[in-house]
Design a binder for this molecule. Structure first.
Ligand code: BG6
Ligand code: MG
Length: 226
């Protein structure tokens, strides 16, 4: 891991940044520690429906849209519901999630996230959000970081869930850049897949065991500072 981090720093400093004009950040699990609240709310729903839902199941939900997440969750529980019932279940999960995030503040920012984005900005790199979440406006507001972004692309603007590349392609377009000029920062397997399908370079945030296809993997953005 140490070697990989050293290589990532070097890659960031000497290669990646050289022709990197845009940085596209996923939100949950990359900038802010909200992935745990999604997990908490999905687990609560699974338990209410009478089955267990653990961290390894949850890995499949990361980066994926709300409705697709619900489908995966129901698959884990071996349950099926009508479309109307599914909408109600998704609303219920979302109400819990919104309750959890409604009180968050800057302390939920992941280590180094804000400083890293500010550093890129100072160096002339354009910054975009590329998230599946429809709740991103609330989160960015609570953290007072909305103004950092040159483009914000989230679940309110997209129709196809990651691993579809749509969210990242729209972000590049809004930044006025070509895909190969952009680097994507992602904590989800589906997100890395989406970025690769968009023809972008990838920095995985988390562990190499999960983010197998990322160009480089670091435990957090703080590792890329300096
Ligand atoms: C992604 C999360 O960022 O957003 C997923 O990784 C989540 O877990 C998805 O399901 C949709 O979020 P929301 O806030 O619109 O339900
Ligand atoms: Mg994420």
């Amino acid at each position: 891991m140490k070697d990989e981090i050293a290589a990532a720093r070097k890659g960031y400093k000497y290669n990646m940044l050289e022709n990197m004009k845009g940085a596209i950040f996923d939100l949950d699990g990359v900038i802010v520690d909200t992935a745990k609240f999604h997990y908490q709310a999905w687990k609560r729903l699974a338990n209410e429906l009478g089955f267990e839902f653990d961290a390894s199941h949850n890995e499949r939900l990361k980066g994926v849209s709300r409705m697709r997440s619900l489908e995966i969750l129901l698959e884990v529980g071996g349950l099926s519901f009508s479309e109307d019932e599914k909408l109600q279940l998704a609303d219920k999960k979302n109400a819990w999630y919104v309750e959890y995030i409604s009180a968050i503040d800057e302390s939920e920012l992941l280590e180094g996230a804000k400083a890293y984005m500010e550093m890129l900005k100072d160096r002339g790199v354009k910054i975009a959000l590329g998230s599946a979440s429809k709740n991103s406006p609330i989160i960015l507001n609570r953290l007072s970081i909305t103004a950092l972004f040159d483009a914000i692309v989230d679940g309110n603007k997209t129709s196809k869930a990651k691993p579809d590349p749509e969210v990242f392609l729209i972000a590049a377009q809004e930044l006025g850049l070509r895909p190969e000029e952009c680097v994507v920062y992602e904590d989800a397997e589906a997100g890395i897949e989406a970025a690769r399908a968009a023809g972008m370079r990838t920095v995985g945030i988390g562990s190499r065991d999960i983010l197998k296809d990322a160009d480089i993997v670091v435990p957090g953005l703080y590792e890329l500072m300096g």
